[in-house]
Design a protein around this ligand. Structure first.
Ligand SMILES: N[C@@H](CCC(=O)N[C@@H](CS)C(=O)NCC(=O)O)C(=O)O
Length: 239
């Protein structure tokens, strides 16, 4: 395999990166046993798609965790969902889309629009733009995401409706998980990596926000996230 460089947001909240899609990608690389150089970059607009994470691989800069994983899966031969039945693969895909396209908006809303999140972003901005520039940079970042979330529709709801939507997603994940170790099989699938990427940061961040607090109040879900975090490369052969 050619040399791989992975650019992600910096570590935070005890995680190797604060970025949900980056956290998912790093866990996938872990399970695939693919070595890489890790670069911390907190300005997503530097990436080829203006979003974090991205990679440099074989002379190319590539954005989007899904596109990256598909490419590296082809090159390495590691397809995390290969052993699943057609129905399990479809469920894994559906859960992943719910988490990455819907639940992600709730994460962003709690981080960039909820007052407790905005307070935390001020601290994070100090890393990128030290001194007196940090506060205006934080305000600009939060405005940017509020605009995006309004365009997507979610930020047009009141806070209680947004929290209810997040809790409904968590209820669905808990119900599908049941007593199983992972969401669709006895080993981690793509859905588990998405769940880890999207729920993991909220379970770990210290700010009191409604959906994050709801994750923290669900011991079964926390134990599950820990299982995904600790899953080893060999876990995939135990299908
Ligand atoms: N589909 C993309 C989503 C990446 C994404 O939304 N990244 C966010 C951070 S979690 C980002 O960089 N947002 C910056 C922006 O929207 O300006 C992936 O899978 O990598």
């Amino acid at each position: 395999m050619p040399k791989l460089t992975v650019s992600t947001f910096s570590p935070d909240w005890g995680l190797p990166t604060s970025g949900p899609f980056a956290l998912k990608l790093l866990k996938w690389l872990d399970l695939a046993n693919i070595p890489y150089d890790h670069v911390f970059e907190d300005v997503p607009s530097k990436g080829p798609k203006g979003k974090s994470p991205w990679i440099e691989f074989d002379g190319e800069r590539i954005g989007d965790s899904e596109v990256i994983i598909e490419l590296l899966a082809r090159r390495s031969g590691f397809n995390i969902d290969a052993g699943l039945t057609e129905e399990q693969r479809a469920l894994s895909h559906t859960l992943r889309r719910m988490l990455e396209e819907h639940f992600h908006m709730l994460l962003e809303w709690e981080l960039f629009v909820h007052p407790a999140g905005i307070e935390a972003v001020r601290g994070m901005a100090a890393r990128v733009a030290p001194g007196i520039v940090a506060a205006p940079v934080a305000a600009m970042i939060c405005r940017h995401f509020r605009t995006q979330l309004t365009a997507r529709g979610i930020a047009r709801h009141d806070a209680a409706t947004i929290a209810a939507k997040g809790k409904a997603d968590l209820d669905a994940i808990e119900a599908i998980l049941g007593d199983k170790p992972f969401l669709v099989a006895s080993h981690p699938s793509m859905a588990d990596l998405s769940a880890y990427g999207l729920l993991g940061p909220m379970a770990a961040w210290p700010m009191p926000t409604p959906v994050a607090d709801s994750i923290k109040s669900r011991p079964g879900l926390l134990a599950y996230l820990q299982r995904v975090a600790e899953a080893k490369a060999e876990a995939r052969v135990a299908a």
